[in-house]
Design a protein around this ligand. Structure first.
Ligand code: SF4
Length: 272
């Protein structure tokens, strides 16, 4: 079995968040409304990454996201665990919304490798009240960090785009076009996401499935810790997802970077 080379994998550790952003790309406010807010078992996530690195020789970038990762009680343990595989990745990004004090245990582990960067999203002084505190602590603990300004006229990327699930399924032809053009779906830069025990091709269809807006049959995924399938079978399925010309889940999404001049929205604007 020739191991795979991948560009990017993200890991959603929790759907819990202290914010309720109107245009949340992973529909966290809707999950709260439905009373179904998953947080993933640390042993499942570690097991998934163990299998992942049995199948993947190298990945350029690992991102730890959520929900708000700083709420996840096992974040330091997960980062420490991933450092066992540091020869197999180039960079590890951890995200936070700038509104939560970062636990000292997390700061300590973030400082353990030059490959780790903390991304602090700043939605303005009313929401991201801890940005200055986080910056000071990063300096004290020698953590590499980057602050992204998401407010005002010069907001990062000009603001957020609408990532809502489309009300009606597009044609397969349109979905193919989206798969091939989208910065998340195109070959070579494809983003996979781990949710507990499963890995999906792009987080969007699975997040849509979680809120009942996308049927399961349109979500390409592999269960990384399923004992009923062999490692070789998991490998075959992951290869298929890596090489697929067509993600059926793209039929529910307008994609990223496909259409020019897409409307921009105020980042982090809260649901009233
Ligand atoms: S079009 Fe949507 S579902 Fe498809 S890869 Fe892009 S973001 Fe993901």
């Amino acid at each position: 079995m020739k191991k795979l080379i991948m560009d990017r994998v993200s890991c959603h550790v929790t759907a819990r968040c202290n914010l309720r952003c109107k245009m949340c790309a992973v529909y966290i406010p809707k999950l709260y409304e439905l009373g179904n807010v998953p947080e993933y078992d640390i042993s499942d996530i570690k097991h998934s990454f163990k299998t992942y690195f049995e199948l993947v020789e190298r990945v350029r970038l690992i991102s730890i996201t959520g929900g708000e990762p700083m709420i996840y009680p096992h974040l330091a343990e997960l980062i420490e665990y991933l450092l066992n595989y540091k020869e197999s990745f180039s960079k590890l990004e951890v995200f936070t919304n700038g509104s939560i004090t970062i636990p000292e245990s997390v700061l300590k582990v973030l400082s353990k490798s030059e490959k780790i960067v903390l991304f602090v999203d700043n939605y303005g002084p009313e929401i991201s009240q801890k940005v200055d505190e986080i910056e000071q602590k990063c300096k004290v603990f020698h953590v590499k960090y980057s602050i992204r300004k998401y407010f005002g006229k010069d907001a990062h990327m000009g603001g957020w785009i609408n990532r809502n699930i489309l009300p009606n399924r597009l044609s397969d032809e349109k979905a193919k076009e989206h798969s091939q053009k989208c910065v998340t779906g195109r070959l070579g830069g494809r983003l996979f996401t781990i949710f507990g025990r499963i890995i999906t091709f792009c987080a969007t269809p699975y997040c849509g499935y979680r809120i009942g807006a996308v049927p399961e049959c349109d979500v390409l995924h592999v269960d990384l810790i399923d004992e009923c399938t062999t490692l070789d079978e998991k490998y075959q399925k992951l290869c298929e997802m890596c090489n697929a010309k067509f993600n059926p889940g793209c039929a529910w999404c307008n994609g990223m970077g496909i259409y020019e001049n897409m409307d921009r929205f105020i980042p982090g604007e809260q649901v009233k």
